[in-house]
Write a protein that binds this ligand. Structure first.
Ligand code: ADP
Ligand code: MG
Length: 210
């Protein structure tokens, strides 16, 4: 299978991400309560609602420009740590995709890597620091490993599944970055909200390709 991903996929990804943030808004707020300030669900829901409005207004015609628009909107509308982090992720992915109308498996892996690298460049977190990097890093590794036969859906499924496991794996970790790090050892025993929202966003990417 060498069918690529196009603008329809990108728009559907954004729409399904917005749906997921609305659906899981309260859950993400609850995850951010014990180790943060209870605003992650609110931030993400508001941000993706703004992205949806902007997309409907501008009607981008290629995946790269669509993700760039999402990035700019998230950066301007989402306060807190997550806005600039996700914004940088989408911006780097958009730059990797450029103006190509179609994304094959190799380009997809490159874009996912660029997104993860953007988060790391912006937030300086390493794997194991109990952040969204702990969802994105296994996702990127799994995506690269699944890209061999060129099936973009397999790549996205692998990324989503790895991100879900990565989010669960943040539970015992002690936070070393972001607000949760103020709690030190008391941050252990709670799942990182940004890792969980990342898993939802990567699952949305996989669903959008079906
Ligand atoms: P804030 O922490 O400002 O309230 P949010 O609650 O929206 O912002 O987002 C918190 C999430 O941001 C965390 O769960 C974590 O995944 C992510 N995060 C915070 N700091 C960093 C960082 N330096 N690098 C990567 N991710 C981070
Ligand atoms: Mg917060």
């Amino acid at each position: 299978m060498t069918v690529g991903l196009d603008i329809k996929w990108a728009l559907r990804w954004i729409a399904l991400s917005a749906e997921a943030m609305a659906e899981h808004r309260v859950e993400l707020i609850e995850l951010d309560r014990p180790i943060g300030d209870s605003d992650h669900g609110e931030n993400m829901d508001r941000g993706f609602k703004a992205v949806t409005e902007k997309i409907a207004e501008v009607l981008p015609e290629k995946p790269g420009p669509a993700l760039k628009l999402a990035a700019m909107t998230l950066i301007s509308k989402v306060g807190g740590a997550a806005g600039p982090l996700y914004g940088t992720a989408f911006l780097r992915a958009a730059a990797a995709l450029g103006d190509e109308p179609e994304i094959d498996a190799a380009a997809l892996v490159t874009a996912l890597q660029a997104a993860r690298d953007g988060i790391v460049a912006r937030g300086k977190a390493e794997p194991g620091d109990k952040t969204m990097v702990d969802a994105w890093t296994p996702a990127v590794d799994a995506a690269a490993a699944a890209a061999g036969d060129g099936d973009v859906r397999k790549v996205l499924d692998a990324a989503a599944e790895a991100a879900e496991h990565g989010a669960v794996a943040t539970e015992p970790m002690i936070a070393r970055k972001g607000r949760a790090s103020y709690l030190g050892e008391r941050s252990a025993g709670h799942r990182d909200p940004g890792a969980q929202s990342s898993a939802y966003i990567l699952r949305a990417a996989a669903e959008a390709a079906k």
